[in-house]
Design a binder for this molecule. Sequence first.
Ligand SMILES: *Cc1c(COP(=O)(O)O)cnc(C)c1O
Length: 230
Amino acid sequence: MTIAENVAIVRENMARAALAAGRDPREILLLAASKMNDADRVRQAIRAGVDCCGENRVQELLEKQAQGAYEGAPLHFIGHLQKNKVKQLLGRVSLIHGADSRELLETVSRLAAARGLTQDLLLEVNIAGEASKSGFSPEEIPEALAFAAELPALRVRGLMAIPPICASPEENRPFFLRMQKLFIDNGEKKYDNIRMDFLSMGMSGDYTEAIACGANLIRVGSGIFGPRHY
Ligand SMILES: *Cc1c(COP(=O)(O)O)cnc(C)c1O
């Protein structure tokens, strides 16, 4: 399978899942999670029509960006962002998916302000309460939004989650439904710099399930590029 063929298949599955849920397929964005794929393969995915690309590591992003890998598509950061890497990342990505602590929010806003930028980001929710994962608990989200609302140089654009790796996608349905409820419950506009536009969830193994539960930004890696070889 070529990358273009894989993208076409993912698009078909997305459309089918959206229509089955009574949704317009055009409201769902396909992000190519391009970690460990070189600039040429990323370009193939962009040519095949993915909506955006996402990288997990700042160093890899910088290298591939210098090679022109992402030209023609918006670039997002989807990995765990360390505070000491924020400076290198700012100005390079249109969306940071995994803002997972108050300290990180504060750091992003402070450094963005110093650069005269406003950074868009999503709050990461540790939806299954896993010790191994970072993110806000569902209960902390209203407070995290209130905290973010006080920070001048960032805009919260929604929520993201990485549910556990499960044997079957159906097992993640309760987590996706909980995210959907959190997204809706916190979507009422209360703050100038917070807009619940994006619900980022669903990966290669479970994106149709995520779409059934309201995801409008799915992150697909191996389903586009094939298996990763670590
Ligand atoms: C790698 C990655 C993905 C894509 O994973 P696949 O299972 O290969 O689709 C999605 N989201 C995040 C945060 C990732 O790190």
